[in-house]
Design a protein around this ligand. Structure first.
Ligand code: 13P
Length: 251
């Protein structure tokens, strides 16, 4: 039995055509899941309304965003407002994914503004942290994570702390097939939990990086791993469903 609710979160990144999305939900509805874990999906922003509709008919799958602006409105061409996400009834937003940090140059200060903007709109936030391979090999893992937590979660309002979740995604494990061992991940998860200033023991901490049906069980059995943020293996209904079934057994 897990202490905290297990969450399986699919990060679809910039993938899935409309046809693939409809196939995904047709497959999901055939499988008649009895979900004990939480199943969440973050599609491309443009697909959120469609997914909300399809997910509603399939059952308890919550839909979120992969990113949002640090502002509610204004002259910010191409951005996604957290207020508009809340308006749409979006459940959560991923902030600080390593692809946002490295490809789009988002630093801890900006990410802190995004976290606060999303929380202000009562969106649940999955704040991502994690080290690169070079950082791990030069023993910088905890220093990098300290900084990501300290700056990224600065001025976190105590009354919104229940909306915050963390995802530990070692950059070297993302899309590489190199999953962190359950022991490696647990060590960092425990460390992250020890650094949280509000609701540390209740906060959901997800692991992300090459999670697949054949490696999730060992990860989820660790005390401080409360679920997974899954890229590739969340795109196919069969795999996503299998991840959810394995998680449900542990609940
Ligand atoms: P993969 O599961 O494809 O390694 O991606 C992980 C990830 O980036 C989830 O946010």
């Amino acid at each position: 039995m897990k202490k905290r609710e297990v969450h399986i979160v699919g990060n679809w990144k910039m993938n899935q055509s409309l046809y693939e999305i409809s196939q995904f939900f047709i497959e999901m509805s055939k499988m008649k899941m009895e979900l004990k874990c939480k199943a969440w999906i973050a599609p491309q922003a443009i697909h959120i309304p469609i997914l909300k509709e399809m997910a509603f008919t399939t059952g308890a799958i919550y839909i979120g965003a992969q990113n949002c602006s640090n502002q509610d409105s204004g002259a910010l061409t191409g951005e996604t407002s957290p207020a508009s996400l809340a308006d749409l009834g979006v459940e959560f937003v991923i902030i600080g994914h390593s692809e946002r940090r490295t490809i789009f140059g988002e630093g801890n200060e900006l990410l802190n503004e995004k976290v606060l903007a999303a929380l202000k709109n009562n969106l649940k936030v999955i704040y991502c942290v994690g080290e690169t391979l070079a950082e791990r090999e030069s023993d910088q893992t905890y220093k990098v994570i300290d900084e990501q937590l300290l700056v990224g979660l600065k001025n976190l309002p105590a009354d919104k702390a229940h909306l915050l979740m963390i995802a530990y995604e070692p950059v070297w494990a993302i899309g590489t097939g190199k999953v962190a061992s359950a022991e490696q991940a647990e060590e960092v998860h425990g460390y992250i939990r020890s650094k949280l200033t509000h609701r540390a023991s209740e906060t959901i901490i997800l692991y992300g990086g090459s999670v697949k049906p054949d490696n999730i069980d060992a990860l989820l059995r660790k005390e401080n791993i409360d679920g997974a943020l899954v890229g590739g293996a969340s795109l196919k209904a069969q795999d996503f469903r299998q991840l959810c079934s394995i998680a449900s057994v542990l609940m």
